[in-house]
Design a binder for this molecule. Structure first.
Ligand code: SF4
Length: 209
């Protein structure tokens, strides 16, 4: 798939302060991080990794605009959510708003994990995406590195989808909770009959009922 060549910087400045442009959201996932958690898929990624599971997330065009306050409220209103995972798309292109969201849900007692196609070293380099350090400081867990098809793993013994990706556990309290696996799949069926399939190699698939 060839990405629609929107300039991400032009698209990103169209997102009002305090808002996120997201591709999708679910509650109560058990295949996207420790325990039971909300998942936010942000819209927009430049990498075009061959074999990417979420090619619909590549475009930086406006998809679902949601305020950080509303999203935090939604996540915290479900008592089964023990944490939230940021996926994509590339979460770090919207790092300032995700850091604000992370602060709000952490104040409510939840933990925060993020995937990123950037490596930790790139996020800590001299020229990271805006707000990267702020978001890193909020994270309990970071899964870093792009998906590389030739290094793909689909195994009950691996939490990552390709062997170059690394699990950085910044919160020692979660060290024994890296229990999800790259071969797991989950189907969410919503009241309107639409379905969302997630978890298999980190994929996300939305379909009408
Ligand atoms: S970084 Fe993730 S969302 Fe972006 S192209 Fe690669 S696999 Fe897809």
């Amino acid at each position: 798939m060839t990405q629609q060549k929107t300039n991400p910087y032009t698209a990103l400045i169209e997102i009002p302060a305090g808002y996120l442009n997201i591709m999708g959201y679910i509650d109560e996932s058990e295949v996207n991080g420790p325990g039971c958690r909300a998942v936010v898929w942000v819209q927009g990624c430049l990498r075009e990794c061959p074999g990417c599971f979420n090619t619909e997330s590549w475009s930086f065009e406006m998809n679902q605009l949601i305020s950080v306050d509303n999203l935090a409220e939604k996540i915290l209103s479900n008592p089964r959510n023990q944490g939230v995972t940021f996926s994509g798309g590339e979460p770090f292109w919207q790092a300032p708003a995700l850091a604000a969201l992370a602060r709000k849900v952490k104040a409510g007692g939840l933990n925060v994990m993020s995937f990123s196609g950037f490596t930790l070293e790139q996020l800590q380099s001299q020229y990271p995406p805006a707000g990267a350090q702020d978001l890193l400081e909020q994270l309990d867990i970071l899964i870093d590195g792009p998906y590389i098809q030739s290094l793909a793993i689909n195994s009950p013994d691996s939490p990552v989808s390709s062997s170059n990706q690394r699990v950085h556990v910044f919160n020692p309290g979660l060290e024994d909770q890296i229990t999800w696996a790259s071969d797991q799949i989950e189907v969410h069926i919503f009241k309107d009959g639409s379905r969302l399939i997630t978890g298999y190699r980190g994929g996300l698939e939305l379909s009408e009922g």
